[in-house]
Design a protein around this ligand. Structure first.
Ligand code: F0G
Length: 414
């Protein structure tokens, strides 16, 4: 029995782990990495995990052949922050935030990229490519730079947050803008990578990248002393992350490392919510959104590639999905910043916006232990914040002028 192999998520056919393809050769759906759990049980022993939390702590659970070619920046190990202020404001018994903005390039994408780019090295690739709403591009650019590879990123025209564009550019990626949206960009890179087999695709269609992203689940288990939270709330765009996190929890349970599973709860932006809409309809298929629109540019996606995996995760875990408005997202972003000191980009704040809404609706109980994933750092999208900022009036460099500016009266001395 092979330790790991690839399996189609729709028809169940198996492919060799070394295959260079992103889709099932029989039905064309996505592939995912599967493990022979009994063989994995023999090599995985949490007591032998040493050092700090990070993706490569779980190296025997990552499907690479050769540990000597790993491209890493010690990604993962982000804080699970106790949010006491928001907890009492929302009247919930436990609220923690997995603060993914702490990763090397400022988003959860680094967890997957370290595995994806290491796999590209193993496959002998010289060029990597991805379509992106920004964070995948920043992360791919940084890891490809470390690996000495050419990196091409395809992004929707004038739709990428400034910080992300700066990151991709400074790391030396070739940034090509498409006169279209993310969904069109993704279709183009997939067709391109299928045509030019020597070019390695780093989107979440790539099952290896998602294997790295499930480390978030492993860390939450360890940071909770293996007492699994009742619910994990995750921002959803292309739907790879929620699927990967669920896969991580499920495998820990199969290995006997944890006893419970969390309810996977996906949050999308209104007008970019095909998965939340399908869950509300009780449907097992999504209807793509032709022109997705939201202030949270990272999740401005209408045709999520991993929709089938995400619906499966939500259903199997007894979770749910909800959509939130731009105003709700921006309000949650400000609350996180002002009550907890956490600055996350709008997409990252959508999980907290979703929690607030689900509590108000009575879908989430006030006695639940909830973890919200805040997926990316707020500095990636400074324009969003600055459009609401009114700077105080300028003052002369004099004490009196400062007291006037701050509305603090001067002390009268005799
Ligand atoms: N949050 C942020 C900050 C993101 O950048 C993304 C995805 C998501 C949430 C959604 O994750 O796609 O796995 O459901 N960003 C991708 C990108 C699409 O290109 O950077 P998902």
């Amino acid at each position: 029995m092979e330790l790991n192999y690839l399996e189609c998520i729709a028809c169940g056919s198996r492919e060799d782990i070394q295959t260079n393809s992103y889709q099932c050769s029989k039905c064309g759906d996505l592939l995912e990495v599967k493990y022979d759990i009994e063989s994995l049980k023999e090599i995985v022993d949490p007591k032998r995990w040493t050092g700090s939390l990070r993706v490569w702590r779980y190296k025997e659970m990552m499907p690479l052949k050769d540990g000597s070619k790993i491209i890493t920046m010690n990604e993962g190990g982000t804080n699970l922050v106790d949010c006491d202020n928001l907890q009492s404001m929302f009247k919930i018994s436990s609220l923690r935030v997995k603060n993914e903005g702490e990763n090397p390039t400022g988003s959860f994408k680094d967890r997957g990229m370290t595995v994806g780019v290491s796999r590209a090295v193993e496959q002998g690739a010289k060029v990597v490519i991805c379509a992106s709403t920004g964070n995948t591009a920043s992360s791919a650019a940084a890891y490809a730079a470390r690996a000495g590879m050419r990196c091409v990123v395809i992004v929707p025209s004038r739709a990428i947050a400034l910080g992300k564009l700066a990151q991709a550019t400074i790391h030396g990626a070739e940034v090509v803008q498409v006169k279209g949206n993310f969904d069109q960009s993704l279709k183009m890179v997939l067709d391109f990578a299928n045509r030019h087999k020597e070019i390695y695709l780093l989107n979440s269609l790539n099952p290896f990248r998602l294997e790295g992203q499930r480390s978030l689940a492993f860390e939450v288990c360890e940071q909770s002393n293996f007492e699994v939270p009742d619910r994990i709330i995750v921002p959803v765009g292309n739907a790879g992350n929620i699927s990967a996190i669920w896969k991580g929890f499920s495998e820990f349970k199969e290995l006997g490392i944890i006893n419970e599973l969390p309810k996977m709860t996906g949050i999308q932006a209104e007008n970019a919510s095909p998965i939340a809409d399908a869950v509300k309809r009780g449907d097992d298929k999504i209807l793509n959104v032709e022109r997705p629109e939201t202030v949270a540019s990272a999740i401005r996606i209408g045709a999520p590639a991993s929709w089938r995996k995400a619906l499966r995760a939500i259903r199997m875990s007894g979770g749910t999905a909800e959509k939130v408005s731009d105003n709700e997202i921006l309000e949650a972003q400000r609350l996180l910043a002002r009550k907890e000191g956490i600055f996350t980009e709008p997409a990252g704040a959508s999980s907290v916006a979703g929690l607030k809404k689900l509590l108000e609706q009575g879908v989430v109980d006030s006695d639940e232990r909830v973890v919200c994933v805040c997926t990316g750092h707020g500095l990636k999208d400074p324009d969003i914040v600055m459009q609401f900022v009114k700077l105080e009036a300028e003052m002369e460099p004099e004490m009196e002028s400062m007291e006037r500016a701050l509305g603090i009266a001067s002390v009268v001395t005799r």
